[in-house]
Write a protein that binds this ligand. Structure first.
Ligand code: ZN
Length: 118
């Protein structure tokens, strides 16, 4: 996860690859640095991937009735629906936890001095 730190106005903001390398407040050039993702980032991707697989299985069997997905009939439709929403909820929670951890690490990095190694 990348952050943009402006030494001129001491502002720290999240940075996206499509953003310009300037501070949103004062327009001066900012320092871009990478912050290591937490375990919640990996969990967010894992929960999302499992949810996508379950959505495909659910739609294939319960909506379209495709034969290749007939093994999924062992999971009741209601259970499947709750599982999918539960996984999406967990992914959202993990996203917020990951963002909070990254923000904390970025602030720590700025406090220690941006140019020093991680
Ligand atoms: Zn600035």
């Amino acid at each position: 996860m990348k952050y943009c730190y402006c030494p001129a106005c001491n502002r720290l903001q999240k940075w996206n690859w499509y953003s310009r390398k300037v501070c949103e407040s004062c327009g001066r050039e900012c320092v871009i640095f990478d912050v290591k993702r937490s375990v919640f980032g990996a969990l967010m991707y894992a929960f999302s991937a499992i949810a996508v697989i379950l959505i495909i299985l659910h739609a294939s069997w319960y909506t379209l009735g495709l034969e290749w997905a007939s093994f999924y009939s062992s999971v009741p439709s209601d259970t499947s629906t709750w599982l999918i929403f539960g996984l999406i909820f967990l992914a959202i929670v993990c996203t917020f936890l990951d963002l909070a951890k990254a923000e904390k690490r970025a602030q720590e990095r700025v406090r220690r001095g941006i140019n020093r190694p991680k």
